[in-house]
Design a protein around this ligand. Structure first.
Ligand code: ADP
Ligand code: MG
Length: 462
């Protein structure tokens, strides 16, 4: 019963969009003392009658849907009442429907790209930076294709666990619903297959279309690459609609939010936003520690706690970099058997990674221009051109701004590779500085670009 409630709660929370709604819900959920089932009624007992009233009027309907989605008996009704002292929950016997496992044969569909067996929910460390994405992914794995979760769109910086979470959905669906066909692939592979089929002619195109329109759970990684091809967008849109109409599950990841996939057609973006959008952020210190502890399990020689804390203190932006740090510490231990690693030894072992975190002054103007151009789906030539349309002015000025803050170059040195005057660059930097104060979208884009370089702007003193 408790498990059913926990699942329903997770589903409910993952449907909320704003932080305000989320914290309000969390507050009221914390006033629930227990749950139980009595005479076909799912009872939610609360600390005070105010909480019971609030939950009833604000959440009752949605909570009931979530309970159903979580696998609760659909005939159960929902009631709320005040009961400060928690009562022992009454455990329901398992429903006969759930007990009788379907006897359909296991699916033999082969995913375009293999799933990594290690990318499971069990291996994923949950924390405040990813809990909503995690809950939504679990919800999808347990109820693929259900309304409200379709499509699921997970976005966030590189190395923060998007692919892991997406593949965890695939692995979990295979485990609990082996009759469903699951297909994982990156957008680039998808695009390449499509281009190949175009070259081979009609029959190959039809084959391509049929293949992807029959899948039960389609996992498409890194859809920011959709920005590469207009015609492919059209094909993707059609595949997407065919699957959605057939109530098949679609999961996508991207390094930016749908609204920032600037080159995509509006209808595609609104389709992506039509289900559930969840973000993964950089992990907090506690989450970093937990992830490192999990990743260090089973490593020999055993990585001591102080080394784990040393890494968590210094490597903050990427989980992937944290894994690299563990490997380096392991090598340092192997090279120095029987010696306790000193801070100095660890600093040396992690030199490159720590530099990447801190020594952001090393970015080159070219790297910055490339990253900004990629993010906005424009070319470097366009960034450097004299054209003054807003769609070019913003990326151009943003590239100037990043160059000013994150390369060690002077205004003069920056103006040259931009082919502009010193005054134009200064104007660009000022304009972005002002806009960043008021435009959240621009702030997010900036964060994402910096994230690619392993820079967390919140921690940069500049
Ligand atoms: P992304 O697709 O966002 O770039 P990945 O999913 O490839 O990132 O994650 C990079 C590495 O970090 C993977 O090895 C993954 O297992 C690990 N990782 C990321 N987040 C977590 C987490 N919360 N718990 C455990 N491992 C994680
Ligand atoms: Mg990835």
């Amino acid at each position: 019963m408790k498990e059913l409630w926990e699942r329903a709660k997770a589903i409910f929370l993952s449907t909320l969009r704003s932080d305000e709604e989320k914290s309000q819900a969390a507050r009221y959920f914390s006033m629930i003392t227990s749950v139980c089932v009595e005479n076909g009624v799912f009872q939610i007992l609360t600390l005070n009658s105010f909480a019971a009233d609030f939950l009833k009027t604000e959440y009752a309907e949605r909570l009931k849907t979530c309970l159903d989605l979580a696998g609760g008996d659909k005939s159960l009704s929902l009631a709320f009442r005040c009961s400060p002292s928690a009562q022992p929950p009454i455990i329901l016997p398992p429903s006969p429907a759930a007990a009788a496992a379907p006897s359909r044969s296991v699916n033999t569909f082969i995913s375009t790209m293999p799933l990594n067996d290690d990318y499971t929910f069990d291996e994923f460390v949950e924390g405040p930076s990813n809990s909503y994405a995690y809950a939504a992914a679990k919800g999808v794995a347990e109820h693929p294709g259900e309304i409200g979760f379709n499509p699921l769109f997970i976005h966030g910086g590189t190395g923060l666990g998007k692919t892991h979470l997406m593949q965890a959905i695939g692995n979990e669906v295979r485990r609990i619903k082996p009759t469903l066909s699951v297909c994982y692939l990156t957008t680039e592979t998808f695009l390449n297959e499509y281009v190949n089929s175009l070259q081979k002619g009609r029959a190959a195109i039809t084959e391509f279309q049929n293949k992807y329109r029959k899948i039960d759970v389609l996992l498409v990684d890194d859809v920011q690459f959709l920005q590469k091809g207009k015609q492919f967008q059209e094909e993707f849109f059609n595949t997407f609609n065919a699957l959605k109409d057939a109530h098949k599950q679609i999961v996508m990841t991207s390094d930016v939010a749908p609204k920032n996939l600037s080159v995509l057609e509006e209808r595609l973006i609104s389709r992506f936003e039509g289900g559930m959008v969840q973000e993964i952020e950089s992990p907090s210190y506690e989450t970093r520690l937990a992830i490192l502890q999990k990743k260090a399990e089973g490593i020999t020689p055993v990585i001591p706690d102080y080394a784990i804390r040393f890494i968590a203190d210094r490597i903050k932006s990427h989980v992937r970099a944290m894994e690299g740090a563990l490997a380096k510490i392991k090598i340092a231990m192997l090279l120095n058997p029987g010696v306790s690693l000193t801070n100095e030894m660890m600093t040396r072992a992690l030199k490159d990674l720590i530099e990447k975190e801190h020594n952001i002054k090393k970015l080159t103007i070219r790297e910055i221009q490339e990253a900004v151009a990629r993010k906005y789906g424009v070319t470097i030539e366009q960034i450097l051109s004299p054209e003054r349309t807003q769609s070019l002015v913003t990326p151009r000025q943003l590239a100037m701004y990043i160059s000013r803050k994150y390369s060690s170059k002077s205004l003069q040195e920056i103006s040259e590779p931009f082919g502009k005057t010193h005054a134009t660059v200064l104007h660009g930097v000022k304009s972005i500085t002002k806009r960043l104060d008021v435009e959240e979208e621009l702030r997010e884009t900036l964060h994402q670009i910096l994230n690619e370089f392993g820079i967390n702007p919140d921690e940069t003193v500049n």
